[in-house]
Design a protein around this ligand. Structure first.
Ligand code: NAD
Length: 296
């Protein structure tokens, strides 16, 4: 049994920490929000008064925070995880953040003698609850080998993407493609509607033809063909537009920094900005079909 310090137990971190408890790990949790801590404490976790208190005796430190600024503050400030944790502790950041922040934390952690991994996830809140997340990991072979067993208690696919920041890079490449494919899928179904095609017929054809993709087969943006998709629940309870927009902005910043040309990624970021600005930040990202139909 390991002692895991879990910092940031919100929508994702909360269920992840609870899965560690189910797997008989000890969890010492810290969050700036007492409401976020309660479900973890109710599930058998212990509450720490500060991040530093949480990490002092931990074998493993996991952070699941909103953005790069939060991760920098938890790892890089004068009194931080890097000053308070045991030198043999393994540090894993599962937040989705900018690659520069991830690399800055890698450099500081390495300098302080720690094994550190950036390990953002895909699979959403449902995947966090079910313990079926995919982890995309960046860091040394040794850090990855040490992290794999604990990540397997929260996820199904644990992939070593490469060195420092590679997990974040893989995550934003995937989500940029997802946004583009979702917009394309929405356009195809909206065009099909105008041309008099039934949703189910178009789904049956595309899902077995060359236009087939995850946005069609698993997350179809019109109700009916995929009963579990948020389109059947008025676009609630899925992957919020604001989170997709965050990832698209990270992808655009990374593309600018790396000199990569991503015109469709840029267009997707613009369309999701517009959709969010119309009051749909909390709506599932497949709901953008309404804007593309001209309903909004
Ligand atoms: P959330 O806002 O629900 O949780 C973040 C938690 O961090 C909050 O409880 C907040 O109080 C806490 N926090 C903020 N600053 C802190 C600090 N300095 N110390 C301790 N706690 C602090 O967000 P979430 O949905 O759990 O997302 C977390 C990360 O996972 C984000 O980077 C997000 O992009 C990524 N992600 C989210 C999803 C999703 O579907 N929600 C899917 C994949 C990846």
């Amino acid at each position: 049994m390991s002692t895991v310090a879990f910092i940031g137990v919100g929508n994702m971190g909360g269920p992840m920490a609870r899965n560690l408890l189910k797997a008989q790990e000890q969890v010492l949790a810290f969050d700036v929000s007492p409401a976020a801590l309660k479900p973890v404490v109710d599930a058998g976790g212990k509450e720490a008064a500060t991040a530093l208190e949480a990490v002092t005796d931990a074998d493993i430190v996991i952070t699941m925070l909103p953005a790069g600024a939060h991760v920098r503050s938890v790892y890089l400030e004068d009194a931080s995880v890097l000053t308070a944790a045991r030198k043999d502790a393994l540090l894993i950041d599962c937040s989705t953040i900018d690659i520069d922040s991830a690399r800055a934390v890698h450099v500081a952690a390495l300098k302080a003698g720690f094994d550190f991994l950036d390990a953002p996830v895909s699979g959403g809140v449902g995947g966090a609850e079910a313990g079926t997340l995919a982890f995309m990991c960046g860091g040394s072979d040794r850090a990855f080998a040490r992290a794999k067993p604990v990540l397997e208690k929260m996820g199904k696919r644990i992939v070593h993407a490469g060195g420092a920041g590679a997990g974040q890079a893989a995550k934003i490449c995937n989500n940029m493609l997802l946004a583009i494919s979702m917009i394309g899928t929405c356009e195809a179904f909206a065009l099909g509607e105008k041309l008099g095609l039934e949703h189910q017929k178009l789904f049956d054809i595309i899902s077995a033809a060359s236009g087939q993709c995850w946005s069609v087969t698993t997350y179809c943006p019109v109700p009916g063909p995929v009963p579990a998709a948020p389109s059947n629940r008025d676009y609630t309870g899925g992957f919020a537009t604001n989170l997709m927009l965050k990832d698209l902005k990270l992808a655009q910043a990374a593309a600018a920094g790396a000199g990569a040309t991503t015109p469709l990624g840029a267009e997707a970021a613009q369309l999701y900005s517009l959709f969010a600005a119309k009051g749909n930040g909390g709506v599932d990202f497949s709901g953008i079909i309404r804007m593309l139909r001209g309903e909004l």
